[in-house]
Design a protein around this ligand. Sequence first.
Ligand SMILES: CC(C)(COP(=O)(O)OP(=O)(O)OC[C@H]1O[C@@H](n2cnc3c(N)ncnc32)[C@H](O)[C@@H]1OP(=O)(O)O)[C@@H](O)C(=O)NCCC(=O)NCCS
Length: 303
Amino acid sequence: MVDTSDEWIRERTGIVERHILKQDGLGTSEMGADAVRKLLAATGTSVDEIDMLVCATVTPDMLFPATANIICDKVGIKNAWGFDINAGCSGFIYSFTAVDAFIRAGRAKKMILVCGERMSGITDYTDRNTCPLFGDAAVAMLIEPTDNPNEGLIDYEHHVDGIGRHYLYQKAGGSCYPPTAETVARREHFVYQDGKTVFKYAVSNMADVSVGMMEKHDLKPEDIAYLIPHQANLRILAATGHRMGLDDGKILVNIEKYGNTAGTSIPLVMWDFKKRFKKGDNLIISAFGAGFTWGALLYKWGI
Ligand SMILES: CC(C)(COP(=O)(O)OP(=O)(O)OC[C@H]1O[C@@H](n2cnc3c(N)ncnc32)[C@H](O)[C@@H]1OP(=O)(O)O)[C@@H](O)C(=O)NCCC(=O)NCCS
């Protein structure tokens, strides 16, 4: 147990609970497959109808094959192809933009997007700078075309800055530093984060890109129904919303229930708050993560 307290974690991050997949030998695909089975049942979709399955994750079951392929195998999807997207906590915004492009190009009719992370598998529970933050989760979404060009994904703006590799990374286990007894002894197979630096980049970049999206579309705070921010830290997401001129009631937060689930956090918010959304609502969806990666979507709710 690290030297920390519930009070410190609540105050500095907003996190109250996290969910952890505890069984050995089960990875992100296990949660992803479970979510896909529930999605297929809820939407009355058969596995044969799925053209593509894409998985956004930084905690793949293994470096290869892709977790998307393992999920397809586990749920019996045979006629689809797919791949993983590694964009850190920007996993949802990047992968949603990618699947949207396949749908718009007419190259796919029914796609499944899975955002899933078993962050507990790469979290060092002797490092108090990171272990209170991360939780495990998976969400599956069915993505289909719409006839209405004024709903769904209206616009996006994404960025990368490779300077982020010095501040938030998992050093060992890839081709640069293959795992050895030494890399394991140095705990380099776990997430490393310089929290202060990441915090500064996250606050300014998430706010800039979100405000930029409002300006580009001439949207005032009253035109935005909700901000759906990546759930990194309550202070980061509140700062983003306030820079956009939004009241707290428009800044959707569920970090207290799940912690930081990386690329999965935004669809988890959409799931928890979906009953609040009304047809025509303008949603700004914004994220910042490892890479650095960051960006914002303007999404018009269509149902
Ligand atoms: C990690 C994070 C919560 C730390 O909060 P912070 O307020 O910035 O804390 P600091 O790093 O300034 O540390 C303040 C003090 O708390 C201590 N501290 C750090 N973690 C602690 C913990 N779990 N429990 C108790 N004390 C802790 C530090 O050691 C430091 O003590 P010191 O001043 O004696 O050195 C915060 O920096 C953060 O959220 N960063 C971004 C994280 C993130 O979003 N990552 C994912 C990218 S999407």
